[in-house]
Design a protein. Structure first.
Length: 346
């Protein structure tokens, strides 16, 4: 396995930002991953993992060794009385996995359709949409320890999933003393797709689809089609307009904080959470601050959805970051809420 040098990364990041990797390794097999781990010892600049490139902002050329995850493969591991356990390689396209499982007659991932990125990145972010999060369908994963070279398996509890969060986003020096950031290289992910499937339809957009179509008991395939239609109407195609999807996490506040905001802005979009907290729509907060359609250089807030930052053509990572920070300041000054970005800045 050879190291490629001075590799253009514009095709490998959905923002379409021009940058290059000083050194890049393609990881197509577990053996490739083991060999890459050995090479890291002679690479003092460290490493970074690149999957689908849909959750990163490149602010310059990348000096750390880039590990490009391309492990493929999809299979049914086992079928029980209660569920189908499905496995996919870290390099598989997420949406293609969703459509494949539905074609096999295994529902459960339909609400997560059309989320950009790779399977290997899905547990890192604990991706979620329209009432379903990855942790709701997660079984286990295999990863390579980049310090020891050993392959290990984690279940859902060991992944410490939270809202757009997991053990893979924290270092061992974090607040809980646990973390696998920079240490675990995810190879394969397994999903638990229950046979007693029930549609998850609690979001307003899906309720509108039911009203429009007159379908009150949709199939998983119908929900998938609805979700794809909704996402395409709101979010730009990265192949046409570079972006990283939702740029900020939806913040959660206490009921008291929400009541205070409602007193000042009665139209604020909010959702009660099972733990008693209230989730606010970050896109609404940004739009309320007047950012929709505004730009910094060639980076802009998407005119149809304020939660999405886009590359108008030739945007730099610096312009994207500057725009994001200006939005954060504006929202904090008006609502007292600190928005947290979803993409990783490299």
């Amino acid at each position: 396995m050879n190291v490629s040098h001075n590799v253009p990364l514009q095709p490998y990041n959905s923002f379409g930002i021009v940058a290059k990797a000083y050194s890049l390794l393609q990881i197509c097999t577990e053996a490739n991953a083991v060999e890459a781990q050995k090479r890291l010892k002679s690479h003092p600049e460290g490493h970074c993992v690149l999957g689908g490139g849909s959750n990163i902002v490149l602010t310059g050329d990348v000096k750390p060794l880039v590990l490009k995850m391309e492990i493929l493969g999809k299979r049914l591991v086992v079928e029980t009385d209660k569920a189908w356990i499905v496995e996919a390689g870290a390099g598989e396209n997420w949406h293609e996995l969703v459509t494949w499982t539905l074609q096999q007659g295994w529902p459960g991932l339909e609400n997560l359709a059309l989320i950009p990125g790779s399977v290997g990145a899905s547990p890192v972010q604990n991706i979620g949409a329209y009432g379903v999060e990855l942790q709701d369908r997660f079984e286990s994963l295999d990863a390579l320890d980049l310090l020891t070279g050993q392959v290990f398996t984690l279940n859902a509890a060991q992944c410490a999933f939270g809202y757009r969060d997991s053990v893979f986003k924290h270092t061992s020096s974090g607040p809980n003393g646990i973390g696998l950031s920079g240490r675990a290289l995810i190879l394969r992910v397994r999903f638990h797709l229950p046979k007693n499937w029930k549609p998850v339809l609690g979001y307003l957009d899906l309720e509108k689809k039911m009203a429009e179509t007159g379908i009150s008991n949709p199939t998983a395939l119908q929900i998938c089609d609805w979700v794809c239609s909704i996402r395409r109407s709101k979010l730009p195609d990265p192949k046409v307009l570079g972006n990283a999807g939702s740029f900020f996490k939806n913040p959660t506040v206490t009921p008291e904080q929400c009541a205070d905001i409602i007193a000042r802005d009665p139209k604020v979009v909010h959702y009660p959470m099972p733990d008693g907290s209230i989730k606010l729509a970050a896109g609404w907060l940004i739009d309320a601050c007047g950012w929709k359609g505004k730009s910094v250089g060639n980076a802009a807030v998407y005119e149809k959805q304020a939660l999405v930052l886009v590359n108008l053509g030739g945007a730099t990572g610096g312009e994207v970051v500057t725009l994001a920070k200006a939005i954060q300041t504006s929202v904090y000054e008006r609502f007292g809420i600190r928005l947290e970005p979803e993409p990783v800045v490299i």
